[in-house]
Design a protein around this ligand. Structure first.
Ligand code: GTP
Ligand code: SPV
Ligand code: MN
Length: 588
């Protein structure tokens, strides 16, 4: 039995129950017994399908409503007293107005349902990095996902004690009405309200809503950072591990990079890669003055399509027990799951992600492009021994990157922290299926945080600059990568995946000062011979192309950056405006 005397918590639950009117309230203790009971209920109602327990022990399939398959950025709001606080890149609602609108929608929305109370910790319980949230939800799917993605149960309440310092998250599926779908954040009140969705990032409130949007706002006040970053450790043959944090937009390769398998030429020498996180990093300045990172999550909510034994065996293995699959194809004969890119052997008798009979020969996709697996981090064969370390890991390099068919070279280094913040601020990437809307359109996505920054983007840039001042010469070095350049046929030129280690090793060599670089108009690039291409199907001249800086392309980009900076307005730090001037002059 769960137990708390926290009056703030009990009052808020009371108030929320009066509003949403559930039949009953159940506290989630995170025990196997309780979760098993919920899984049984979900299977009975059809909310989940129990998969082949020999092949996929503890695994389940869930299908969302067909109109509810990705984050909805157009329906995601930062709700504050004044619009200025949300800034020009966020949808804004005046907070009192938002509460009023939302209360109408939530009224009675849990009638006939159970309200589950999920006490969870983002970050190892008790770590100085960690923060507590409580999510109220009428969805068993949400409960079971949160139990994988976060640390849940009584210990969280014990840590919270009678404090009011927790993030309130109220989620109701209501009737999944798109028109009345709201994902609302109240950073000034530590509150999240999500209604009329049942999908991932819209409803697992610990993830994007808390660990990025609310936490980025808290980080600004408390001088730390919440970022859309993977964290990985690279172990060299002597056993030294260096850590890299990398920010790529949604579905641009964080999970894959975090779990990469070193190519044979490196594996045979003893190089290893360890995963600390695949989506979110909380970064703080440690007692030694360096930047330290924890992954606030306890699981992976990873993109399924494209995941296979060659591209990402670690993710695949992680998802083969005690995992939940969302919106993948269903193999009727084997009671298992399938997605595009898993193998070349689609199931003979199958249902697609919508649950309809599906013929692989039809040309239609079996799995939704944004279908996902939810897997416990501890299942991952390459999970870092530091994953639970309450002090986190020290970061040597920060890497930005995106999907750019042209423009951005394979890798370049920023000349210093300020230039690095500039490099992050001008990131652009082709949109993906992770958010609803058009796919493949290039948009500015600074630090991969466009959809996740909980306050004014200009203030966010200023915060980055301030963190650099605090870090001084202990600041991580900053880089930019692009695995996604294409040739004239639209094919990716760089092999990517495990071979990305070749680029990461150049980055680490730059961090420890063991290698030179070449000055270019945009920053420091490798001497082509310093990227090891042994064993790759790539010529030196192709590598030169990958590293080339097309001035015309870049000047076009400068025009785009100017437009974006104009949108940021007066709050754009002068240092960034001056970096832009330098870039333009260098190119001319
Ligand atoms: P979110 O969970 O949405 O934040 O995404 P993510 O950044 O973790 O992306 P993920 O690693 O799941 O990759 C998304 C897609 O990019 C998958 O279809 C991958 O197969 C593909 N991908 C990942 N790494 C590479 C790479 O190095 N090269 C190429 N060409 N594709 C890649
Ligand atoms: C992303 O879109 O960046 C994700 C998936 O990691 S979601 O949790 O849906 O936001
Ligand atoms: Mn993400």
């Amino acid at each position: 039995m769960i137990n708390t005397k926290n009056k703030f918590l009990l009052d808020w639950i009371d108030e929320s129950a009066k509003l949403t009117q559930p039949d009953s309230i159940v506290w989630i203790d995170g025990s196997k017994k309780q979760l098993d009971e919920l899984r049984a209920v979900a299977c009975k109602t059809g909310e989940m399908i129990k998969l082949n327990q020999k092949k996929l022990p503890g695994c389940y399939l869930h299908r969302t409503a067909v109109n509810d398959v990705a984050r909805v950025e157009g329906r995601t709001f930062i709700c504050t007293e004044k619009q200025e606080s949300a800034g020009p890149t966020n949808n804004w609602l005046q907070k009192d107005e938002a509460y009023k609108t939302l209360r109408k929608i939530y009224k009675g929305s849990m009638k006939g349902r159970v309200m589950y109370v999920i006490p969870y910790s983002m970050g190892p319980i008790g770590s100085k990095f960690s923060k507590i949230g409580i999510e109220l939800t009428d969805s068993i799917y949400v409960v079971l996902n949160m139990a994988i993605m976060t640390r849940v149960g009584q210990k969280v309440l014990d840590t919270l004690g009678e404090s009011n310092d927790f993030v309130r998250g109220l989620h109701s599926k209501a009737d999944l009405d798109e028109e009345k779908r709201y994902i609302c954040h109240f950073p000034e009140d530590n509150t999240i309200m999500s209604v009329n969705s049942g999908y991932g990032g819209n409803v697992l409130l610990g993830k994007k809503c808390f660990a990025l949007r609310i936490a980025s706002y808290l980080g600004k006040q408390e001088k730390w950072m919440a970022e859309h970053m993977l964290i990985l450790g690279i172990e060299d043959p002597k056993g030294n591990v260096s850590y890299i944090a990398a920010a790529f937009p949604s579905a641009c390769g964080k999970t894959n990079l975090a779990m990469l398998i070193p190519p044979e030429i490196y594996a045979s020498k003893g190089y290893k890669v360890w995963t600390v996180g695949d989506d979110i990093a909380w970064l703080r300045i440690g007692p030694d003055g360096r930047l330290w990172a924890v992954n606030p999550e306890a699981g992976f909510f990873g993109v399924a399509p494209g995941t296979n034994m060659k591209s990402n065996p670690n993710a695949l293995k992680a998802s083969m027990k005690n995992s939940i699959f969302t919106n993948v194809a269903y193999d009727i004969d084997h009671n298992t799951v399938w997605w595009e890119g898993l193998n070349n052997d689609p199931p003979k008798h199958a249902l697609n992600w919508k649950g309809e009979p599906w013929d692989p020969a039809s040309g239609e996709k079996g799995a939704h492009p944004n279908s996902r697996f939810t897997a416990p981090a501890k299942n991952c064969p390459c999970i870092s021994s530091e994953f639970e370390n309450p002090d986190g890991v020290p970061i040597s390099a920060i890497v930005f990157g995106g999907r750019r068919a042209k423009t951005a070279p394979l890798v370049y280094q920023a000349r210093n922290w300020e230039h690095g913040v500039f490099v992050g601020s001008i990131m652009a990437s082709e949109t993906t299926a992770a958010a609803s809307g058009a796919v493949g359109v290039v948009r500015r996505d600074p630090m991969a945080m466009l959809p996740f920054c909980g306050y004014h983007m200009g203030d966010y840039f200023a915060h980055w600059l301030e963190m650099g001042k605090l870090l001084g010469d202990k600041a991580p070095k900053i880089f930019n990568v692009n695995w996604f350049r294409t040739d004239e046929n639209g094919k990716f030129i760089w092999p990517g995946f495990g071979d990305n280690l070749r680029v990461l090793l150049w980055i680490l060599a730059r961090c420890n000062g063991s290698i030179d670089a070449v000055e270019t108009p945009i920053g420091l690039e490798p001497k082509p011979e310093d990227i090891n291409i042994d064993g790759l199907d790539i010529s030196r001249s192709t590598l030169n192309d990958l590293l080339s800086v097309d001035k015309a392309c870049w000047l076009e980009d400068v025009a785009g950056i100017k437009e974006f900076y104009k949108k940021i307005g007066d709050k754009l730090p002068a240092a960034l405006r001056s970096e832009l001037k330098t870039l333009e002059q260098n190119l001319k």
